[in-house]
Design a binder for this molecule. Structure first.
Ligand code: NDP
Ligand code: OXD
Length: 317
């Protein structure tokens, strides 16, 4: 059946579990470039040129035959890519939001400082009513290792180095960052871990990084090391962490992401004296900075120019 061609490209806002009201004012500014529709009021599915996505059920995007790009509201695209019916014709684009990087860096620096200054030990001592001061080394004598040196991990590594820590970073490909000792791939992984006293995981979830925080990694870290996971819950083997904590090889952990979220009420992490549980709140996408970044990418899409943050579906990030 013939249909009226929509006068303008359409962006569909389809972020589930997200307060659309908080985004509406910023998103409205995009009306200058595109017609914005809010799910479930998508209109004719053939009109939709691009999607703004989060938390959609599998198969959701399959219904839009003319979709050219799916912009993720979040930096992590693992849920999106897990959808086997994701249209191959659409580019998948992750969120690059400076304010999110700044949130993440603040959070990671706070957690690193928490462990560096033995706050996890004071929490245990307080529960026992014990007054004992623990003298930390100077920042420069504390080695922090960051797994993942992308938009978020790279920023955290640089800010930790600026705070005076001895920072090392690990990535898949060779990376150069000022004042950071960098390590590449599987061959340099053990060397990276060997001196890392506080380990920060900021990897994307891919088939290669799933279960990466395992007994093998914990035993390669020096005794007394601390672990901070802000990547994804499925990167951590929960039982291996519990065993490493119980043996005393790992001193403490701060976890922001979990295999199942919300973390089930009966999960042992909730009550472990050496684990700090944070409800996936390390960093947020901020509408006032994310929407201008989205607008710039929409302009590129409409001009046929390369987009910023395109995901490589073969590597999964
Ligand atoms: P990027 O894609 O910018 O960076 C990913 C980094 O991980 C790159 O340095 C990449 O290496 C490295 N990497 C990927 N696979 C491997 C591997 N197999 N071995 C070694 N290094 C690897 O991602 P972002 O920095 O933007 O985000 C990282 C993750 O943070 C997100 O995917 C998400 O899971 C998580 N996140 C968590 C949030 C929270 O609130 N807890 C909020 C936002 C994101 P290379 O440089 O060589 O490509
Ligand atoms: C994200 C997240 O990926 O919130 O943005 O974890």
């Amino acid at each position: 059946m013939a249909r009226e061609t929509p006068p303008r490209p359409v962006l569909l806002f389809a972020c589930e579990g997200v307060d659309a009201g908080a985004w509406r004012a910023e998103i409205d500014a995009l009306q200058a470039q595109v017609e914005v529709r809010f799910w479930p009021d998508a209109g004719d599915p053939r009109d939709v040129t691009a999607g703004f996505a989060w938390g959609n059920p599998p198969g959701f995007w399959r219904r839009f035959p003319n979709l050219r790009a799916i912009f993720s509201l979040g930096a992590g695209v693992d849920t999106l890519l897990a959808d086997r019916d994701l249209p191959t014709s659409a580019q998948v684009v992750r969120m690059l939001d400076d304010s999110m990087a700044s949130d993440m860096s603040d959070f990671v620096r706070m957690c690193v400082t928490y462990h560096h200054r033995a706050m996890h030990e004071y929490a245990v001592l307080q529960a026992e009513g014990v007054w004992r001061s623990i003298r930390p080394p100077r920042n420069a004598r504390r080695t922090v290792g960051v797994m993942g040196l992308g938009a978020l991990g790279g920023r955290c590594a640089l800010d930790l180095a600026a705070a005076g820590f001895a920072v090392r970073g690990w990535a898949r490909r060779s990376r150069t960052l000022p004042d950071i000792a960098t390590f590449t791939g599987e061959v340099e992984f053990e060397a990276f871990l060997a001196a890392t006293e506080i380990l920060v995981c900021l990897l994307p979830l891919t088939p290669e990084t799933e279960d990466i925080l395992s007994a093998r990694v914990f035993s390669a870290l020096p005794r007394g090391a601390c672990v901070i996971n802000v990547g994804r819950g499925r990167q951590l083997v929960d039982d291996d962490l519990l065993a490493a904590l119980d043996s005393g090889h790992i001193a403490a952990a701060t976890l922001d992401v979990f295999r199942v979220e919300p973390l089930p009420a009966d999960h042992p992490f909730w009550r472990h004296p050496r684990i700090t549980v944070v409800p996936h709140a390390a960093a947020f996408t901020h509408p006032d900075t994310a929407v201008p970044a989205l607008a710039a990418n929409l302009r590129r899409l409409l001009d046929g120019a390369p987009l910023a943050g395109v995901v490589d579906r073969t590597t999964g990030y």
